[in-house]
Design a binder for this molecule. Structure first.
Ligand code: FIX
Ligand code: ZN
Length: 441
């Protein structure tokens, strides 16, 4: 490949400020963890070495590592969760970073974070890191992390069914505003756990019935409308299990009720408020319940369901990410058929070097540059650094390959076009999909 094109694309990618369209990070006003308190309270914005090591991507890794290293003394999930965050972090550091070289994607990512922050990644224990983080000023630290990651907006995942978060929004929504963070209204329980959501909504005073009779559908809409008003989200979101079925004629009452709530309440609200709807499909939750957040697995979904949704609602934009590798090619084809489908990100188990490379190549070949190549899904602030450095590098390399092919065929690619494409991939395609501009802070 022409090495100058590779360099030109990397330079443009490095200069492009990212809108990170899906994270689990929160503005500090929601309550932040305190590196000096190691896990006390129920903070929403997580940061610091103990939270980084407590990340659920390390939790499943540490169980495997500990068992293979010492089969007769395997770690038990129940006792693991009775340990303090600090003790869990010590254990994970020892097993995954001291006893062996860090190799997995998440392990290499943590090394990248430490080095980027100017720390020596070769410490035997965490004391120096703990001291370093405890001396940071959170506000300045957020700015520095965003600068290192090249991120100009962090899109949150705001969940009105989560008690701690709900209380914050009910108390004072204006106090939660922070120009670095953008809200998203995520309402999985309405479609994924309707009987339970129905009880909760009834407890909050909405006139809802499990069989959707009476005022139920309009009351669910009232709930969503109120939360749109309260949060001013940049899009609506929900996650669906891989086996979801969208069929208003189904003989299965649960499928009919899902379809009715989905079409009337979620899509209806998106349409009426001019919002895009993001669907994150494919997580099989709690296959190993004792593992907590690390207990979720995945499965392939039936793309025909997605196509029926996209066809039924041509006036609504659907931002789609699928968790199973097996679904990625089909999603590109679905997006070619339905311009209201915008594939985004390489989600969770796909956020690895090999999978980002494979998926981004495929998307560029089938969709040109009309998609949103990545989101970080960061749960701990500093993860923005490694997730975006790595994705930027891979996405730039994949785009450079396509320019190289284009040049070989005879096209001329100038620097302005490269800059424009990088802007589109890292921010403008998302802005177009949600029909909103996010000026630099
Ligand atoms: O549903 C989601 O948004 C998932 O991304 C998370 O629930 C998951 O735990 C995660 O953090 C994946 O990266
Ligand atoms: Zn997520």
């Amino acid at each position: 490949m022409d090495s100058t094109i590779r360099q030109r694309v990397q330079t443009a990618a490095d200069a492009a400020a990212v809108i990170d369209m899906h994270t689990h990070l929160y503005a500090p006003a929601f309550g932040a963890s305190d590196p000096r308190m190691q896990g006390a309270g129920t903070p929403l914005l997580l940061w610091g070495i103990d939270e980084l090591l407590g990340y659920h991507y390390f939790v499943d890794e540490v169980f495997r590592a500990a068992r293979l290293r010492s089969p007769n003394d395997a770690l038990d999930p129940r006792s693991f969760w009775t340990m303090s965050l600090r003790d869990r972090a010590d254990l994970i550091w020892r097993e995954l970073f001291v006893e062996r070289p860090p190799v997995s994607e998440a392990c290499v990512g943590l090394i990248d974070i430490l080095v980027s922050l100017g720390l020596d990644p070769d410490e035997r224990d965490l004391s120096r890191y703990r001291k370093w983080f405890s001396e940071r000023d959170l506000e300045a630290h957020i700015d520095e992390v965003m600068h290192l990651a090249g991120v100009r907006r962090i899109v949150m995942t705001n969940e009105p069914f989560a008690q701690v978060e709900r209380a914050k929004w009910l108390a004072d929504p204006r106090a939660l505003r922070d120009s670095r963070f953008a809200p998203v209204l995520r309402i999985d329980p309405i479609v994924e756990q309707w009987p339970e959501a129905c009880r909760t909504l009834a407890g909050w005073g909405y006139e809802v019935q499990p069989d959707l009779s009476g005022q139920t559908v309009s009351e669910v809409r009232r709930f969503i409308d109120e939360w749109i008003e309260r949060t001013d989200p940049v899009y609506l979101a929900c996650s669906l299990s891989p086996g979801f079925r969208h069929d208003s004629e189904s003989e299965d009452p649960a499928v009919r009720s899902f379809t009715s709530l989905f079409d009337t309440c979620l899509v209806g609200a998106a349409r009426d408020h001019g919002l895009a709807l993001a669907l994150m499909i494919g997580a099989r939750r709690s296959v190993h319940p004792e593992m907590g957040l690390a207990g979720d697995s995945l499965g392939p979904t039936d793309n025909a369901q997605l196509e029926s949704i996209a066809h039924a609602h041509p006036d609504v934009t659907f931002l789609i990410t699928l968790l199973s590798r097996e679904n990625q090619h089909e999603l590109c084809v679905t997006a070619r058929k339905f311009a209201n489908v915008v594939p985004f990100g390489c989600w969770w188990y796909l956020n690895t070097t090999s999978q980002i490379t494979e998926i981004t190549r495929m998307r560029l070949e089938l969709l040109g540059t009309d998609f949103v190549p990545q989101h970080s899904d960061a749960r701990v602030l500093e993860q923005l650094i490694y997730k975006w450095r790595q994705s930027r590098r891979i996405i730039a390399a994949c785009v450079a390959e396509r320019y190289d092919a284009s040049q070989t065929a005879g096209a001329r690619i100038d620097d302005r076009a490269i800059d424009r494409d990088m802007q589109r991939l890292f921010s403008a395609n998302f802005e177009a999909a949600v029909n909103r501009a996010f000026p630099a802070n």
